[in-house]
Design a protein around this ligand. Structure first.
Ligand code: ADQ
Length: 489
């Protein structure tokens, strides 16, 4: 902002994301209780100086009546949030259907389950139409709150059609779009029936951002191969208009984690955990229970490690914390049962009367418990099959200031690009390689651990979420200013 001479002025920012960072519970006809969910994006934006940010998104609840909608709008306004009301049918078609059944697996290189393939093909058009309708509903709310000069930052694969809706309304809006997932190779992306329409819409944005250079490159290739446009080092050009495309790797609010470790409650937690697992090495997995996180593969690799290293039986424990998501979807229910089945088998096989090798929890942990776990464990296992970035790996490193634990990290997570030099990188599909890496991590010399940790810690504490948000917003302002200058010349 200093570069832009915006110091002292507040840049108004409208952050548009599918979900608002709150969970809303109805307590009466016109009563709502709200809880802010302190995710990465929220703390990223809270930390950005000189920005006056408001959120626009769906509150995650169906509110069919006007009284309820008015009351929720009022309650959310106090949290600087503005709701988009989506009815059940549109949520079903847009969110469950197009976003989560089509874009999510495609962007993570996962095929659809065989039995769903034809049904998805058949429903494709109606789901895509619902997707566009839903994006238009987000746009309508943006128009109501937009003031000239505002920066509009659209987030993620749910809102790929939004840049077009916004620019159709007012070509002068400053629009940025950022993707939190990978953007797949153009050979994968080109199978999407609505491929061109979505690319053209994203290109309406002034700035398009990804976590890594690879994703940005895949996006530019998709535009050149599918749309026949010209890719330049700056981005994509279409009839003289440039859409800037670049990598903006996200980070975390590392200070928040460091501060938490100083709290008495967290210290108490740490000492309880240390006593509980005394004499054993502790490995940690923290994931949303999603196909992309590679949880079954991780557990099978741990089994292989135990099989091949009997001397470690009873001396190592894996704590796998998995937050259930999309529990109403059969595919996710199947994943949960599969994980339970594997964990049960391994515990039956390697457990003793006093200890089991895997503790698996199907739940979310509160922030303090999570920090304590990050701090006490010797090894973190992040074995996503694909992951846009993966913030768990960053959070683990931030909490390991004193212990200097080892991070085993999938080469298919965006974080491999930034933490690769300090982590042990693995192909999560190769369970022999992961099992060998577990042994390497558990037996690593303290010198090597220290060296690896130092590299990652320096990265995590200097590439923060605040920097990420500030860089994106600055770059968007600059891109628009340069484009205006070009037009005037
Ligand atoms: P996610 O797929 O949700 O995010 P990730 O980046 O790891 O993945 O973030 C998960 C967040 O949830 C972390 O902050 C973590 O602490 C928290 N979390 C996970 N399991 C938890 C548990 N059991 N209890 C409590 N908290 C838990 C998407 C993309 C990622 C990308 C982010 C940000 O899929 O690739 O890094 O957005 O862009």
């Amino acid at each position: 902002f200093r570069r832009l001479g915006l110091r002292g002025m507040k840049q108004r920012l409208l952050v548009v994301a599918n979900r608002l960072p709150v969970s809303a519970n109805r307590r009466g006809e016109d009563q709502w209780s709200l809880e802010i969910s302190a995710g990465g994006l929220v703390s990223a934006l809270l930390g950005v100086k000189d920005v006056d940010a408001k959120w626009i998104g769906w509150a995650g609840v169906n509110v069919p009546d006007e009284v309820g909608q008015r009351a929720l709008t009022r309650a959310l306004a106090e949290k600087r949030c503005i709701p988009v009301f989506l009815d059940e049918e549109i949520v079903h078609q847009y969110y469950n259907g197009y976003c989560n059944n089509i874009l999510w697996p495609l962007f993570h290189y996962l095929g659809l389950p065989q039995e769903d393939r034809l049904a998805t093909t058949r429903n494709f058009e109606s789901q895509f139409n619902a997707y566009k309708r839903a994006n238009q509903m987000f746009a309508d709310v943006v128009y109501q709150h937009y003031q000239e000069g505002d920066v509009i930052w659209c987030h993620d694969y749910h809102l790929m059609f939004l840049p077009k809706c916004l620019k159709d309304h007012d070509i002068n809006m400053k629009v940025g779009w950022f993707l939190h997932t990978p953007f797949p190779s153009s050979e994968i992306y080109r199978t999407l029936p609505s491929r061109s329409e979505l690319l053209r819409s994203v290109l309406c944005a002034d700035l398009v951002g990804f976590h890594t250079y690879d994703y940005a490159r895949h996006f530019v290739s998709a535009c050149t191969r599918i749309l026949g446009l010209e890719g330049t080092p700056e981005g994509v050009e279409d009839q003289g208009r440039l859409t800037r495309v670049a990598a903006f790797p996200i980070g975390i609010d590392s200070e928040r984690f460091k501060r938490a470790l100083e709290l008495p409650a967290v210290k108490r937690h740490i000492s309880e955990l240390t006593q509980r697992f005394a004499g054993r090495k502790v490995m940690l997995g923290v994931d949303r229970l999603d196909m992309i996180k590679g949880i079954p593969q991780k557990i099978l690799a741990f089994e292989k490690f135990l099989e091949e290293n009997h001397e470690w039986n009873d001396k190592v424990v894996l704590l796998q914390i998995a937050v259930p998501t999309r529990t109403d979807v059969p595919e996710y229910q199947k994943l949960t049962s599969q994980v339970h089945e594997i964990v049960g088998r391994i515990n039956g096989r390697f457990g003793t009367l006093t200890a089991v090798p895997i503790h698996h929890l199907d739940r979310s942990l509160d922030f303090h418990a999570l920090c304590a776990l990050y701090a006490v464990t010797d090894v973190a296992l992040v074995t996503s099959l694909r992951d846009g970035m993966n913030l768990v790996s960053y959070e683990y490193v931030a909490c390991q200031g004193s212990k200097k634990g080892v991070l085993i990290l999938s080469e298919f997570a965006g974080a491999a690009q930034s933490l690769g030099a300090g982590a042990i990188l693995v192909n999560p599909w190769n369970i022999t390689e992961v099992a060998d890496s577990i042994k390497h991590a558990l037996t690593m010399s303290s010198d090597e651990r220290e060296k690896r940790h130092r590299h990652n810690y320096a990265h995590v504490t200097t590439h923060t979420a605040q920097d990420w948000a500030e860089t994106f917003v600055c770059e968007l302002n600059e891109t628009v200013a340069e484009a205006q200058l070009r037009i005037r010349q």
